[in-house]
Design a protein around this ligand. Structure first.
Ligand code: BTN
Length: 250
């Protein structure tokens, strides 16, 4: 089901925008949009996602889950987990996850995920899961000191389609399981093993305030549980806060 229907673009502004259009025209659950180049790739928090031609995976999945809006958060976490597994299967490179869903190698970012959803009073209409992976990028602009690629890590070029196909297989399994159980519980241990944010002091970047805390674990809902300096524990939600290491990106 995931990736059974595909639309390819040589160049587009953003695959998330193409996917949103296709979803409104009735695209089936699991359809994917892939571009060789994006000229207006979007990152989280209004950032630009640099997406040059021929070197990356710039793709968006259209999902039509029968879930409530508040049940969607784990979907982005399991997307990251599935991409970790796919990359490892195809390239042998072991990636880590910076909560909630940045894939990291040697403290630099390899992959980012941007989820956008359309909900009405009738419920969730569709979810667009946008994924960007730097695969064969040889060099990054100086403005991206924390970016890396599979090529930079290994010195090898990889076939992007092979990684996409491996991802679709793993993600299909994970998505079905989450959809059926509506619980992150079965993914929690695997996710925590991969998550470099945990057991470290982090900086929580909130709209109102920035503060330091200790990242303890991931809750059954996929939230980050932190221990604050006043001794209180609190759950923080992806989408509402950003988390940084004390000395850099990780
Ligand atoms: C992040 O900021 O970490 C999220 C980056 C998401 C980038 C991907 S590339 C494919 C899809 N289309 C976009 O415009 N953004 C996402």
């Amino acid at each position: 089901m995931i990736g059974a229907k595909r639309r390819y673009y040589e160049e587009t502004d953003s695959t998330n925008s193409r996917a949103k259009e296709w979803a409104k025209q009735g695209a089936l659950d699991g359809s994917i949009v892939i571009a060789d180049k994006q000229c207006a790739g979007r990152g989280r928090n209004g950032k630009v996602w640099t997406s040059p031609s021929g070197v990356g995976i710039w793709m968006s999945i259209i999902l039509r889950p029968l879930l409530e809006a508040q049940e969607l958060a784990p979907l982005t976490l399991i997307t990251g987990l599935a991409m970790c597994e796919a990359i490892e299967e195809v390239t042998g490179v072991e990636t880590k996850i910076k909560w909630p869903n940045d894939l990291v190698v040697k403290d630099k970012k390899l992959c980012g995920i941007l989820c956008e959803m359309q909900a009405t009073q009738k419920g969730v209409q569709h979810v667009i899961v946008g994924i960007g992976v730097n695969v064969n990028t040889e060099a990054f602009d100086v403005s991206l000191p924390y970016a890396t690629s599979l090529y930079k890590v290994t010195g090898h070029q990889y076939n992007r389609e092979q990684i996409i196909d491996a991802f679709c297989n793993v993600f299909e399994k994970y998505y079905r399981h989450y959809h059926d159980t509506k619980s992150f519980g079965d993914f929690k241990e695997k996710y925590e093993d991969k998550c470099i944010t945990l057991n470290n002091k982090v900086k929580i970047i909130d709209n109102q305030q920035n503060y330091e805390a200790y990242a303890q674990h991931i809750s059954e809902e996929g939230h980050l549980v932190i221990l604050k300096e006043d001794g209180q524990t609190e759950e923080v939600y992806a989408g509402e806060v950003s988390v940084r290491g004390l000395y850099g990106y990780v």
